[in-house]
Design a protein around this ligand. Structure first.
Ligand code: ATP
Length: 616
């Protein structure tokens, strides 16, 4: 895994939080603005987990911000409740419950539809706060009289009444919120979140229950928002109804975009810029309503020119400086790289048999499909196919373009539901199963067109696949250290060795050559330790040299495994497989050994059209 300096980020954050109330006032920040920045920064951490790390753009945070804040304020102003910290946590829990219910609805859709549902939800909450629930929320008056935070210690009660005391209280909770979020993003759960952001369909196909992961992150983000809402009420001594306004959600989104999504610190930096400028334009320059126009222009400029936001720009600059320093002192850099290799080998522990499963010595069919049919409207992509694969078999599937090969694979891996027919895998009927459960059972495929996690490294890609195998389809291991998952490193490194990517483990996928990406595509499927692996055109798009290398690789992968391979490169395929199935126009034409297929007149006529004779 990547080398990290433990607690460096946390230590720097503490330093910055301690220095801020003494430094920022000299730069023109009022104490109230500084406190407000912390609240927005904290709410933004939750939003960043949702948007920056999991790729879910929600405009509904105002609903949770308002609900959590109102709940805490209601307890403290309308009941005999006096414990502010308990009220904050109850407000947070309330926001979490609401987040759970809304998440169940909103997460039924993805992309723009998900975002639009969250907009609608924010509006519904705004309406509900002002109308049916106004007797509890104070309607347009909000709830006045919220006490400042206090901490009962038994013998005395600490009161946080002055701006600086409140700052200390907010900074403490900001830090706690940050540490929790850092633990989450460094956990196996956090890596699956990034997988979902990059390629949710592949994450699903690698055995992760994407919907459950999304729901948990949605609830976490709602809880951060609810906690922030509670803090706002205490800071202002009044819970304002405009917490529920859509503008609240909009500001969280904009501040995160300015500061940099997927960084955790981005929302705080964005809040610093946003709140400072809005104060400056309104109170120092007295721009009247024009401040919104100018702030809008500043927002557009920042987002256009700093694509990864302020935090992204700072991290890019730091990366460049580090790179320059390494180039300037190559002697110092080399030993580190060299040292990494033995460490990796040591991690393999010389125990190559442990992680990736091979065949179990079973005999007989591992997969049996009968009458498999897929209809797309009027088009019959697959028609009444009977197909059996035995344990330990290496099967090839060929057929002209459009013969229905990929559709057939999609049905076998439960990516698409057959129109008719049944699929029995390892003795179990999986016809109506989903792709995640099929993968968990040990049936998966590599894709004809690469489906990788592009912005992550090779190691992270393989880790995502291996996590599905080692943790099951869902695990709430939010605070577990990714480096401490048993067998994980070994499984990742064994897979990298199998697909010849050991030297590229820490390279971002976007920097790989095409052939390397194709090998990683196979590696992702392999890292799930499938008992039956389907490879959809593994040689597609490769140069002749890459094909030769990949065929050699596939031969070594094939040892002790059960594989079905689709490919158009018949010479290579016939070298690899023991038996070939030929599809034509969606139907099974013939099955046989490569020699039988080569000489079969039906195949010659219907599929090869004599071409293979020429090649042979
Ligand atoms: N989602 C879909 N909706 C409608 N038609 C589809 C869909 N997927 C595939 N088809 C059609 O089904 C037929 C079989 O497609 P499929 O991709 O399975 O063929 P193939 O043998 O894998 O082709 P190739 O070798 O070019 O990849 C084609 O006519 C294709 O256009």
């Amino acid at each position: 895994m990547t080398r990290q300096r433990p607690f460096l980020v946390e230590a720097l954050t503490i330093l910055a939080l301690v220095a801020a109330p003494f430094v920022l006032p000299h730069l023109g920040f009022s104490p109230a603005t500084i406190n407000r920045i912390l609240i927005w920064g904290l709410v933004g951490i939750g939003f960043d987990l949702l948007f920056g790390y999991t790729g879910l753009l929600s405009f509904g945070q105002s609903a949770f911000f308002g609900s959590g804040g109102m709940f805490a304020a209601y307890l403290l102003t309308q009941t005999s409740f006096t414990n502010t910290i308990a009220a904050l946590f109850l407000g947070t829990a309330f926001a979490g419950v609401i987040g759970y219910v809304i998440g169940l609805i909103a997460l039924r859709r993805t992309g723009i539809y998900f975002a639009m549902i969250t907009v609608a939800i924010a509006e519904v909450f705004f309406f509900v706060e002002f109308n049916p629930l106004s007797q509890y929320t104070g309607g347009e008056n909000g709830l006045p009289g919220v006490p400042p935070p206090n901490l009962p210690l038994g013998f005395t009660t600490l009161e946080f009444t002055s701006n600086l005391q409140m700052y200390a209280f907010f900074a403490f909770w900001y830090f706690v919120g940050l540490v929790i979020a850092l633990r989450i993003v460094r956990s196996p759960f956090g890596l699956v979140m990034r997988a979902i952001r990059e390629n949710p369909l592949r994450a699903q196909a690698l055995g992760h229950n994407v919907r459950s992961y999304k729901l948990v992150v949605f609830v976490i983000a709602a809880m951060y928002a609810g906690f922030g809402g509670g803090l706002l009420g205490m800071m202002q001594g009044f819970m304002p109804p405009d917490a529920f306004m859509f503008a609240t959600s909009g500001e969280i989104v904009m501040q995160t975009a300015i500061g940099g999504a997927g960084t955790l610190f981005g929302p705080l930096l964005g809040a610093i810029v946003w709140l400072y400028l809005s104060d400056f334009f309104q109170t120092v320059l007295n721009l009247g309503a024009t401040w919104r126009l100018i702030l809008g222009i500043v927002f557009v400029l920042l987002v256009c020119f700093l694509r990864r936001g302020l935090a992204g720009a700072i991290s890019d600059l730091y990366g460049k400086l580090r790179h320059r320093r390494q180039v300037a002192s190559p002697v110092g850099a080399a030993p580190a790289a060299v040292a990494a290799a033995p460490a990796a080998r040591a991690d393999m522990g010389g125990d190559a048999a442990v992680a990736i499963k091979t065949t179990t010595g079973k005999t007989g069919p591992i997969l049996k499909a009968t009458g498999l049919t897929k209809r797309y409207g009027g088009l019959l992509a697959n028609s009444d196919i009977d197909f059996t694969v035995d344990h330990g078999e290496i099967r090839g599937i060929i057929g002209p373009n459009g013969a229905g090969k990929s559709t057939f694979f999609k049905m076998l891996t439960c990516e698409v539901e057959p129109t008719a027919g049944r699929i029995i895998f390892d003795g179990k009927d999986i016809t109506e199963m989903n792709v995640t459960d099929a993968c968990q059972m040990g049936l998966t495929k590599s894709y004809q067109i690469n489906q990788l996690f592009e912005r992550l490294t090779v190691r992270q890609n393989l880790t995502i696949a291996a996590l599905g195998e080692l943790r099951g389809k869902f695990k709430l291991d939010l605070f577990r250290n990714l480096n401490k998952v048993p067998k994980l490193n070994r499984l990742v490194e064994q897979t990298a060795t199998l697909v010849n990517l050991t030297a590229r483990l820490d390279a971002p996928v976007s920097e790989l050559a095409y052939g390397e990406k194709r090998r990683l595509e196979i590696g992702l499927a392999l890292a799930t330790s499938p008992s039956l692996l389907l490879l959809d055109e593994p040689l597609a798009g490769m140069s002749p040299q890459e094909r030769v290398e990949t065929v050699a690789l596939l031969k070594s992968i094939a040892r002790g495994r059960t594989l079905v391979i689709i490919d158009h490169d018949m010479d290579s395929l016939f070298e690899l497989v023991g038996k070939v199935t030929v599809l034509q126009e969606g139907s099974l034409l013939v099955e046989g050994t490569p020699e039988e297929i080569k000489s079969n007149p039906k195949v010659q006529e219907a599929y090869l059209g004599g071409v293979y004779e020429e090649v042979a």
